[in-house]
Design a protein around this ligand. Structure first.
Ligand SMILES: Nc1ncnc2c1ncn2[C@@H]1O[C@H](COP(=O)(O)OP(=O)(O)O)[C@@H](O)[C@H]1O
Ligand SMILES: [Mg+2]
Length: 216
C-alpha cells in the first residue's frame, strides 16, 4: 500500500512531515517514538478522522481504527459488541476469547481502563479490514491482558491477512509482533526498516539513544 507524503501543521507549528511511504501488505508495522513525535497524528490521518495539510489520504479498502482513548457505550458489555451486528453467540464467543465473558452483563461504563481497551479491541476485531490501525492498544492493559491481546491480534492478522499499523511505546512489543518498524522523531521519519534488524542495529543516533534507554 503506497501512501502519499503526509504533512500536518497546527497554526505555524508542523507536527508531522513524512515522505511517501510504502506499507508492506499483510505486515504489522510498529510505529514508535517519544511522546509528541506524531504517532497519534499519523494514526488519525490514516484512519481518516484527521485531515492532513494536503487533503485526506485516499482509502484503498476497509479501515479499522482503535483510538488512543476509546470509550465504550453506556450499555452492557455484550450489547457493545452486538452493535457490530453480531449475533449473541458470536459476540459471547468473542468476549470469551478476550477474557470478558464474566463482564458480559455489566454496564461498560464501569469497566477499568484495561478492560475498556480489551472491549474496544474485541469489538474492532469482530470485523475484517484491509488496514487496521491500533493506537497504543495495550497501554492500559496489565501483562496478562497484553499478552492475550497480542496473541489474538496475531491470530486475527494471520486469518485476515490485513496490514497493521501498531502504535506502541513498548519496544519489546514491537519485537514480538512487528515485521517493520517506523521510528518517528519530532514528526519526521527518523528510521524505518525490518523489525529484527532495526531493533538490533539501529542506524540513526536518535533511535540508538531510544533503544539504549530501554536497554534493548
Ligand atoms: N489539535 C492539536 N492542536 C495543536 N497541537 C496538537 C494537536 N494535536 C496534537 N498536537 C501536537 O502534535 C504533536 C504530536 O502529537 P501526537 O501525534 O498526539 O503525538 P504522540 O502520539 O506521538 O505522542 C504534539 O506535540 C501535540 O501536542
Ligand atoms: Mg499518541
Amino acid at each position: 500500500m503506497k501512501l502519499p507524503p503526509i504533512t500536518k501543521t497546527y497554526g505555524s507549528r508542523g507536527v508531522l512531515d513524512l515522505p511517501a511511504l510504502e506499507l508492506e501488505d499483510g505486515v504489522i508495522h510498529a510505529v514508535i517514538g517519544a511522546n509528541g513525535s506524531g504517532k497519534s497524528t499519523l494514526a488519525r490521518i490514516l484512519a481518516g478522522v484527521l485531515v492532513p495539510d494536503g487533503g485526506a489520504v485516499p482509502r484503498t479498502g476497509r479501515v479499522g481504527y482503535m483510538p488512543q482513548r476509546s470509550y465504550p457505550f453506556r450499555m452492557s458489555v455484550l450489547r457493545n459488541l452486538r452493535l457490530t451486528g453480531a449475533g449473541r453467540d458470536r459476540a459471547m464467543a468473542q468476549l470469551e476469547a478476550f477474557g470478558l465473558a464474566g463482564l458480559a452483563r455489566q454496564n461498560a461504563k464501569g469497566l477499568s481502563g484495561g478492560e475498556a481497551a480489551r472491549l474496544a479491541l474485541a469489538r474492532l476485531l469482530m470485523e475484517e479490514y484491509s488496514l487496521l490501525i491500533l493506537d497504543e492498544p495495550t497501554a492500559a492493559m496489565d501483562v496478562a491482558a497484553t499478552l492475550l491481546a497480542e496473541e489474538l491480534l496475531l491470530q486475527y492478522q494471520a486469518r485476515t491477512g490485513c496490514t497493521v499499523i501498531l502504535v506502541t511505546h513498548s519496544l519489546t512489543q514491537a519485537r514480538r509482533l512487528a515485521g517493520q518498524v517506523l521510528f518517528l522523531r519530532d514528526g519526521h521519519l527518523a528510521e524505518r526498516g525490518e523489525a529484527g534488524e532495526l531493533l538490533r542495529h539501529p542506524r540513526c543516533a536518535e533511535t540508538r539513544a531510544f533503544l539504549d534507554f530501554y536497554a534493548l
